[in-house]
Design a binder for this molecule. Structure first.
Ligand code: OSB
Ligand code: MG
Length: 390
């Protein structure tokens, strides 16, 4: 396969409710939807970068720029015989993992469609994992009462575990109230998105042990395995790394130092599906369980997550919630609906098994650009389009 055409749609979709983390508040989903076409087949993927470099260094602008100047030029003219080659072709490019991931993922979807295979089969997933147990990630709420109400709503819908966003000062009181309200049997975890410091917050973090949490996700700085290892020894609750793990080598280092007991895998953060699988395999070799994180993706990104989760070491419920957790109307034709037993069904069919509804896609697209790789190379600056958040 030789890529002939790349399309980039910048989309904006309102979120049903604002999502607050230790970084700030999101009220809408913005992302690039990327299409890759060749031989009459088109694959799709979505980038998980955001307007500002808060979760990671990458942004919509950096993804656009890296794709145009570095990623696409390395793929132009290449004849691919397997989607796993893309990872190696892009290996010389440092960082820019979300930019590399989005094109690699679109190529995997293209491949599945071209060979009439579902993505899970291409990845070597377990054919018996057709229904994936899922949890829900709950943003910081105005009060413990609101948190309890929101959490109970999700439990009634059938979600299997609750993840609560926390930051210093918005942690002990809401977690205690929630544990009291839902009882000892509900699985609860907390995600700090790097908001704590070991020197300042160790006493506070020790108190988390009383809430019987499954794990605390990314309490400390993303580049600090050493403090995470110290913390892991100082408290009983297991740690889970998210932002800190960008590759299988990162996973090896973090596990070797005792910095983490669980890993959250996000395809965009680790630079693509081949890397995600390598992180999964590395963790499995060390008996470290993994689960699939989320970035408030549309149904396109969620479909990739479900296929990936068919790999055997995804043994804990992830953050891939149903479409109606995020949007009144998703981008895909068949929205993801939570099964009564708290699972989502891996979509059947070729590639990721879902496609954007093209009418809906054009409705939510605020900027579009297309690159024909057959006639000329692409390179250049970032488009200066009002409203893009650049
Ligand atoms: O840290 O896991 C995170 C959303 C955006 C950025 C970072 C994170 C999240 C979530 C939401 O927790 C997970 C989801 O529902 O997609
Ligand atoms: Mg996280």
């Amino acid at each position: 396969m030789k890529i002939e055409h790349v399309g980039l749609s910048f989309i904006e979709m309102p979120l049903k409710s604002p999502f607050e983390t230790s970084f700030g508040v999101d009220t809408k989903k913005t992302c690039w939807i990327v299409s890759v076409s060749a031989d009459g087949v088109t694959g799709y993927a979505e980038s998980v970068a955001d307007v500002e470099p808060l979760y990671s260094e990458e942004t919509h602008a950096s993804v656009y720029y890296a794709l145009k100047n570095h990623v696409i030029p390395r793929l132009t003219g290449q004849t691919l015989t397997d989607p796993s080659q893309v990872h190696n072709l892009l290996l010389p490019i440092r960082g820019n993992r979300m930019a590399k991931a989005v094109i690699e993922m679109a190529i995997w979807d293209w491949w599945g469609r071209a060979v009439h295979q579902p993505l899970w089969a291409l990845l070597g997933g377990d054919p018996n994992k057709t229904e994936i147990p899922v949890g829900v990630s709950i943003g910081i709420q105005r009060s413990p009462e609101v948190l309890i109400r929101v959490a109970q709503g999700y439990l009634e819908e059938g979600y299997r575990r609750l993840k609560v966003k926390i930051k210093p000062g918005h942690d002990l009181i809401p977690l205690e109230a929630l544990r009291q309200a839902v009882g000892p049997d509900v699985r609860i975890m907390a995600d700090a998105n790097s908001a704590y410091r070991l020197d300042r917050d160790l006493d506070r973090l020790r108190q988390f042990d009383q809430f019987d949490l499954m794990m605390i996700e990314q309490p400390l700085d993303e580049d600090d395995y050493v403090d995470h290892a110290v913390l892991a020894h100082a408290i009983e609750t297991p740690l889970c790394l998210d932002e800190s793990i960008r590759s299988a080598d990162d996973a090896r280092r973090a596990i070797g130092l005792g910095a983490t007991g669980v890993i959250n895998i996000k395809v965009g953060r680790v630079g693509g599906l081949a890397s995600a699988k390598a992180v999964h395999d590395m963790a499995m070799r060390h008996h470290i369980p993994v689960w699939c994180g989320g970035m408030l993706e549309t149904g396109i990104g969620r479909a990739f997550n479900l296929h990936l989760t068919t790999l055997p070491n995804f043994s804990l419920p992830g953050d891939t919630s149903a479409s109606d957790r995020y949007f009144d109307e998703d981008l895909i034709d068949q929205p993801f609906v939570l099964n009564p037993n708290g699972t989502l069904t891996v979509p059947d069919g070729e590639g990721i098994g879902v496609r954007p509804n093209l009418e809906r896609l054009s409705e939510v697209t605020t900027y579009y650009e297309a690159w024909d790789l057959r006639s000329r190379g692409v390179r250049g600056g970032v488009p200066d389009v009002a409203g893009l958040g650049f």
